[in-house]
Design a protein around this ligand. Structure first.
Ligand code: CA2
Length: 147
């Protein structure tokens, strides 16, 4: 039988990681985070798929395509976290665990980052651990899938 698929979704501007603002988001590139997540997934017998988009509609469509196909979603929605209700609504239709992931800790930043429209439909949130968060998010995903 094939391994369960975990979809890692990355939102806008995360493709620029490693090029700017290393004091906030770390020095690693998105490809390096993807590799960390792939390794953690493999250690749990899971297959990781990754998709990055700067467009809300593309992320919504990726979530739709995951329905009935992927076992779980790990999502760093970037700034969409704070206002993209279409992503909230799409995630609400997904039947498996959803982990919200952030490199920084939005709760410790500007007030407009304190609201997450994704949190109400997520199983839980991993935030503020930088690159380590990718491994923690996959560990949490695997634990939830075993339950
Ligand atoms: O901490 C996170 O992971 C965030 O989701 C990152 C988003 C931010 O809007 C959220 O509040 C928290 C921003 C991603 C921007 O990525 C950049 C990458 C390189 C250079 C500048 C921004």
């Amino acid at each position: 039988m094939s391994e369960p698929i975990v979809l890692l979704l990355s939102g806008p501007n995360l493709n620029l990681l490693g090029q700017r603002d290393p004091e906030v988001y770390g020095a690693q590139t998105l490809q390096e985070h993807q590799a960390t997540a792939e390794k953690a997934a493999a250690a749990h017998g899971l297959t990781l798929e990754h998709q990055q988009s700067n467009h809300e509609g593309e992320l919504v469509e990726a979530i739709h395509a995951a329905r009935g196909r992927c076992a779980a979603i790990v999502i760093n929605p970037g700034a969409f976290t704070h206002y993209a209700w279409a992503i909230h609504d799409a995630l609400a239709t997904f039947e498996g665990p959803i982990i919200e992931l952030h490199l920084s800790n939005p709760a410790a930043r500007e007030p407009w980052r304190h609201t997450s429209v994704v949190a109400p439909v997520a199983s839980g949130t991993v935030a503020g651990f930088g690159a380590l968060g990718y491994r923690l998010a996959l560990d949490a995903t695997a634990a939830l899938l075993k339950q």
